[in-house]
Design a binder for this molecule. Structure first.
Ligand code: NAI
Length: 335
């Protein structure tokens, strides 16, 4: 069956890793028509807006997008297109499975945890204003509706994927009302899933436990900001930002993207690791019912990593993005 999928090449290393992934999916025999769109600075230049209506319309039509990272100017400039996209399409879940990869040596083996991050509110509501010169107020929004909705997703996910525990991460000792509401909402939802253990950790202690022994966690459920930060921490546990995939999910729309950003420090040098976006693409393939192709791609990736000869620099190798991509394609076309 031929699929139509929206493609956003993105900024920085985005075009390099998206074209690598598109090529690998082609080698795997994935039958797809890509509807390619720009966003961010490129869209601002071409269309006068950073998040063009044409891109949103495309995703509403195809229901699925594969997206490269987009740069967000720091301090000034346009507001985050990533956040805008998630809000505009009500992609309320940010799902980030964090797993050890074969032969990628890190401090821990057998890390296998899933981050479920609330994607629409918290400090990312973008509500900031200057109260008086030198004083800025940033509003942290927490609603029972959004907290319960993300909690239901986390527990449904745990049930569907045979996960045993959901740990809510919060700072309700200090933000008794906001994070307190998040925690209380999670607890109410948890009561309907008696077969799944539910507990909670204060975010600072959770970080300490994660670096001491990440294998003690299963599903982590977090409000937006803690989810963002803890995701990168967890990426560091399994080899870095080059290897951790992600998905932004709504009721019926989905945008798949790596956890990492546009990596301006290595952009244009053909050395970025496309693994994170490739694993995001395997999540996408499963989402659209192409699990067999997802399995083949994952196997080819794991074989190349396990052979150890062709690796990008972030994993201690010397291979270029192109060489790594071709090594995976060679496995796919040989199998
Ligand atoms: P970053 O994730 O782009 O880079 C952090 C470090 O990880 C850099 O040293 C980079 O070289 C390395 N890295 C990231 N991805 C890699 C890959 N695939 N292969 C090898 N090394 C990789 O984070 P940074 O520098 O804080 O952000 C850069 C820009 O990206 C910012 O404008 C930020 O707003 C944006 N960003 C966009 C995201 C998205 O589109 N979803 C997510 C995170 C950041």
């Amino acid at each position: 069956m031929r699929h139509t999928i929206t493609l956003v090449p993105g900024d920085g290393i985005g075009p390099e890793v998206t074209s690598a992934v598109v090529h690998i999916l082609e080698c795997a025999g994935f039958d797809v028509g890509w509807d390619s769109h720009v966003a961010g600075a490129a869209a601002l230049e071409r269309h006068g807006v950073a998040l063009p209506e044409g891109l949103l319309a495309s995703i509403r039509r195809t229901r699925v997008a594969l997206k490269g990272p987009l740069t967000t100017p720091v301090g000034t400039g346009f507001t985050s297109v990533n956040v805008g996209l998630r809000k505009a399409l009500d992609l309320f879940v940010n799902l980030r499975p964090v797993r050890s990869l074969p032969s990628v040596t890190t401090r821990y083996e057998h890390v296998d945890l899933v981050i479920v991050r609330e994607n629409t509110e918290d400090l990312y509501a973008g509500l900031e204003h200057e109260v008086a010169p030198g004083i800025v107020e940033s509003l942290k929004i927490t609603t029972e509706a959004a907290s319960s909705r993300i909690a239901r997703f986390a527990f449904d996910y745990a049930r569907a994927h045979r996960r045993r525990r959901v740990t809510a991460v919060h700072k309700a000792n200090i933000m008794k009302m906001g994070d307190g509401l998040f925690l209380e909402s999670v607890r109410k939802v948890a009561a309907a899933y008696p077969e799944i253990a539910a507990d909670d950790r204060i975010v600072d202690a959770a970080c300490m436990r994660l670096v001491l022994d990440p294998t003690q966690f299963d599903v982590l459920l977090l409000p937006n900001l803690y989810g963002d930060i803890v995701s990168d921490l967890c990426a560091g546990l399994v080899g870095g930002l080059g290897v951790v995939p992600g998905a932004n999910l709504g009721a019926d729309l989905a945008v798949f993207e790596a956890v990492h950003g546009s990596a301006p420090d290595i952009a244009g040098r053909n050395i970025a690791n496309p693994t994170a976006l490739l694993l995001s693409a395997t999540l996408m393939l499963r989402h659209i019912g192409e699990a067999a192709i997802a399995d083949r791609v994952t196997r080819a990736l794991e074989e190349v990593l396990a052979a150890g000869r062709v690796r990008t620099r972030d994993l201690g190798g010397t291979a270029t993005t192109t060489e790594f991509t071709e090594a995976i394609c060679a496995r796919l076309t040989a199998s």
